[in-house]
Design a protein around this ligand. Sequence first.
Ligand code: DGL
Length: 264
Amino acid sequence: MNNAIGIFDSGLGGLTVLRELQAMMPHEHFVYVADSKYAPYGNKDSEMVLQRSLLIAETLIQTQNIQSLVVACNTATAAAVHQLRKTLYIPVIGMEPALKPAVERSKSGIVGILATENTLQSDKFSNLLDAHQHKARILTQPCAGLVEAIEQGELHSRKTKDLLASYVLPLVDEGVDTLVLGCTHYPWFESMIRELVGDDVTIISTGKAVARQVQKQVELNSESAKGHVSFYTTGDAGQVSQLAGLLLQSNIVFQSFSPQHSEP
Ligand code: DGL
């Protein structure tokens, strides 16, 4: 049996990436970590996000013997992927807002991107913007509060709907015809966003593209049986299981995870 692929996020956003990974690689085993105790990452000090990412990765390697790591979080990728790749000896695959396909697809030449404050302020994002902003007008929208809505089980509340509308509708008014979901939590809002923007706006997320990258970079399992997933959280396992069950419409059991530095 090949070792599992590790995957982590600040919380339940990475499940939108996990479902793409499982669809593309049904025989692989995965270990998913939600750092729920520290969510959201999007408005925290990026040094803290870096330290959490290193600690979780190190613990996954030591306790789960993972063969590769998917950073299923745009914010953690921006803060930590460089350092993770420098420190770890396994393949590390990160997320990046899908600006390139968005710019290529846009007919109006106006593209919107929804992401966390930290992602939009990162050097990594500013390099991405530099590479594409001569090809389209790119409107960035930080979305404070959306990750919390998912982590607190308020996906469909009035407050969440109003918040989402306040972020998305001004972009549509500006003429955006392509909208990038630059945070792995946001695909959970996709049908609500679709209702707001109508059928003429293309919505792009990164899960499938990342799954293709993982498929290229990891050593795939030769087993024919369906792979399994172990779910861990640094938060309240019962509460996180319940929320994940609602999102995935199935019975999911998270176990507690306490990342720790190894003894020197
Ligand atoms: N899902 C994450 C991302 O893709 C993290 C969001 C957060 O914790 O603020 O950015």
